[in-house]
Design a protein around this ligand. Structure first.
Ligand SMILES: NC(=O)c1ccc[n+]([C@@H]2O[C@H](COP(=O)([O-])OP(=O)(O)OC[C@H]3O[C@@H](n4cnc5c(N)ncnc54)[C@H](OP(=O)(O)O)[C@@H]3O)[C@@H](O)[C@H]2O)c1
Length: 351
């Protein structure tokens, strides 16, 4: 991984940070953030802390929930005037923690900064294995594919012949979930926006069918593709697609609620399906989950994903954007579908 800062080895280091300036209404824009520059020194380190250089940031849709000012996520509300919190990967530059040394490569909950001070505690920092690149740790073997693995294998594993419907199917989490369903014997239908993504789902991910929700009627397509209904719906999106799926679930169907991205830019909270009696009469189970529910099984998930990917049975697209200064604009691409797979920001040389 490249990305030298131009102040390599110096102490203090120059440090750019993107602060959240105002709480966004609707799609976040660069104007909601402020780019500042200051200095950070190893002298600022306290016992038990690390000074890390950030190399990669994951654009995670739930960061939009942290910005909203409502505590509707596991994480605390993102404070105004502070660097935007983000899943990050980087390396230790200075250490005042007995278990870490300069050069150690880590993933952690960081923030949009060139450098920062973190305090490893309670599993908030993970080491990147020697045989894994930082890009692999954040992309194909990272948080989203692990989430997909647990959602499929733990929350709603398929029975032979099940029809599995996946929304956000061309995205980082959705594409992995859809392919794992295919591998485990389900007939898989993906829902995604646009013909390029749908073609990729059919040709590269080898799904049985793809519905372009931007140009097709999801309800009509579901009726013709699976007249007997959907057995499993893995939902990343919510809203109208969730409603169409609920209305078309087979008896004893299972709905895995992984995310509700369609509502993250609303000031209101995500709404559920309108006709809950459909859930009663269909004996349908709706279950939300978090990747963090399964932390003790992460090694299993990474091992299985690695095997499947090495054999070409699961493919993963990464969309890496170079340039720290574009971070807010890149993040917004998650919400207009301009990302093609796991959206990463690579921290660049400061000019
Ligand atoms: N439960 C957990 O522990 C957990 C962990 C990680 C992620 N998640 C959730 O998983 C979901 C996917 O996250 P990701 O990081 O993998 O992102 P992603 O799917 O790679 O990117 C987001 C995609 O969502 C789709 N989208 C955005 N707005 C939409 C809308 N209004 N209606 C329909 N589709 C829309 C876009 O695809 P199209 O071009 O197809 O519209 C976009 O490319 C999110 O809901 C996230 O919160 C949950």
């Amino acid at each position: 991984m490249s990305g030298r800062q131009g102040n390599e080895g110096s102490d203090p280091v120059r440090n750019r940070q993107w602060l959240l300036k105002t709480r966004p209404h609707g799609l976040p824009s660069p104007g909601d953030f402020e780019l500042v520059e200051s200095e950070l020194s190893s002298r600022d380190l306290k016992d038990g802390e690390l000074l890390v250089r950030n190399r990669l940031f994951l654009c995670a849709p739930t960061m939009r929930n942290w910005m909203s000012g409502q505590a509707n996520s596991l994480f605390p509300v993102q404070p105004l005037g502070r660097p935007m919190m983000a899943p990050a990967a980087g390396e230790v530059v200075h250490s005042k923690h007995a278990a870490y040394r300069p050069g150690d490569r880590l993933t952690y909950f960081g923030s949009w900064s060139d450098y920062e001070i973190i305090a490893p505690a309670g599993g908030n920092v993970s080491r990147v294995a020697d045989d894994m690149s930082l890009t692999e740790a954040m992309g194909p073997l990272g948080l989203n594919p692990q989430t997909a693995y647990f959602g499929v294998t733990r929350v709603a594993p398929p029975k032979p012949g099940d029809v599995a419907l996946v929304s956000g199917a061309a995205g980082s989490t959705g594409a992995t979930a859809a392919q794992i369903y295919r591998l485990l014997g389900a007939r898989v239908i993906g829902v995604a926006g646009g013909s390029e993504k749908c073609e990729w789902l059919l040709k590269t991910c080898r799904l049985d069918a793809a519905i372009d929700y931007k140009n097709e009627n999801v309800r009509d397509r579901l009726k013709s593709l699976c007249p007997d209904g959907v057995n499993i719906f893995f939902d990343n999106v919510g809203g109208d697609i969730l409603q169409a799926a609920v209305d078309h679930m087979a008896r004893r169907g299972r709905i895995v609620v992984c995310g509700q991205i369609a509502s993250y830019n609303d000031d209101a909270t995500a709404e559920g399906p309108r006709n809950m009696m459909r859930v009663v009469y269909g004996s349908i189970r709706i279950e939300g989950f978090l990747r963090s529910d399964y932390l003790e099984h992460v090694c299993e998930a990474v091992g299985r994903l690695r095997e499947w990917m090495a054999r070409g049975e699961v493919v993963h697209r990464i969309d890496i954007r170079r340039g720290f200064s574009a971070a807010p604009a890149v993040f917004a691409d998650l919400f207009n579908g301009r990302n093609a797979g796991t959206l990463l920001i690579e921290v660049d040389i400061k000019s």
